[in-house]
Write a protein that binds this ligand. Structure first.
Ligand SMILES: [Zn+2]
Length: 314
């Protein structure tokens, strides 16, 4: 079956080549020195907008620090880590100044989903862009201390904000989301969000709530959205999902019940799919043009693994 589906594609935003070099973050003078390194480069992000130099066939999202400065002053600058000995930074523009760069003929200014799905930059650039976008988004939303309300300050190369008033330290957060394929023998459960393109079906997903395990979240979300009770849960893989700061935790779940009750507030529809039908969706040969999400998303890999590999609940 693997030969029919072709080689396994790379999961987007994962396998970063950047070493985060967390030990350097606390040393402001070390980071200042790194910024002067001849190989230093920075990714330019303004809210949902990613800025790249137009190129053929791929755009170039890495700028020198001087080039980035000429695009506009940074609201925040963060240290992403090292590629070899070359430092990598994130240059955070305001969303308005990033959007204004759309008028420039030499620049590509677009959203990260389009960049990832259409492959507009090299795959190795996606993880550091995701890192920069997620952390810069957190800074934009944490300018004031949630404890006392005073203005906070970026420290540690962007990996902490400190409150000068109450001395609280705040760390960039990531939000866990379970994304699961409920399996009933030779059938699996997919749903459609009203936000999807009309032909796309995907795994169910939802945020893990405080005080909840991954397994509990899989059970609750599958029950809430589709009325299906699940038993055993098997972890598959995870993916950072910088929209804005999620961590997708991919699982397969054993369905114990069969009758679907769709939560119409959350989903447009949900139904069972056979392995044969899923295979036509993965290969874009479905007679009604139905598709799975693209390979950049973990849902594609969770679904494909069920078709291609044996998923065991033990
Ligand atoms: Zn405070």
């Amino acid at each position: 079956m693997s030969s029919r589906l072709g080689p396994k594609p790379r999961l987007g935003y994962t396998n970063s080549r950047i070493e985060r070099a967390a030990e350097l973050r606390i040393d402001g003078s070390a980071i200042a020195a790194l910024a002067k390194h001849p190989g230093a480069g920075t990714y330019v992000v303004g809210g949902e907008w990613i800025v790249a130099k137009k190129g053929s066939p791929l755009g170039e999202p890495l700028f020198t620090l001087a080039e980035a400065q000429r695009l506009g002053p940074a609201v925040e600058t963060i240290f992403l880590g090292l590629l070899g000995d070359a430092p990598r930074f994130g240059h955070g523009l305001s969303p308005q100044s990033a959007e204004a760069l759309k008028n420039r003929g030499d620049l590509l200014v677009t959203d990260l989903r389009s960049i990832a799905v259409q492959g507009l930059v090299a795959a190795d650039d996606l993880p550091p862009i995701a890192e920069a976008k997620a952390v810069l988004h957190w800074h934009a939303r944490h300018r004031f201390c949630p404890n006392c309300g005073a203005a906070t300050q970026l420290v540690c190369g962007g990996w902490r904000r400190d409150c000068p008033n109450c001395k609280a330290e705040h760390f960039p957060r990531t939000d866990p989301v379970v994304i699961m394929l409920a399996v009933d023998g030779e059938r699996c459960l997919l749903g459609r969000s009203p936000r999807f393109v009309p032909t796309m079906w995907s795994c169910l997903a939802g945020y893990v709530e405080p005080g909840e395990s991954i397994e509990d979240a899989v059970h609750r979300e599958t029950q809430e959205e589709a009325g299906i009770t699940c038993g055993r849960v098997v972890y598959f893989a995870s993916q950072p999902w910088p929209f804005p700061t999620s961590l997708m935790i991919g699982c397969h779940a054993e369905a114990l019940t069969h009758e679907i009750v769709v939560d119409r507030e959350e989903l447009e529809d949900a139904r069972w799919f056979s392995k044969g039908e899923i295979e036509t969706m993965l290969t874009r040969k479905h007679p009604q043009g139905l598709t799975t999400p693209p390979p950049v998303a973990i849902a594609h890999h969770i679904i494909r693994a069920w078709v291609e590999d044996e998923v065991r609940f033990e």
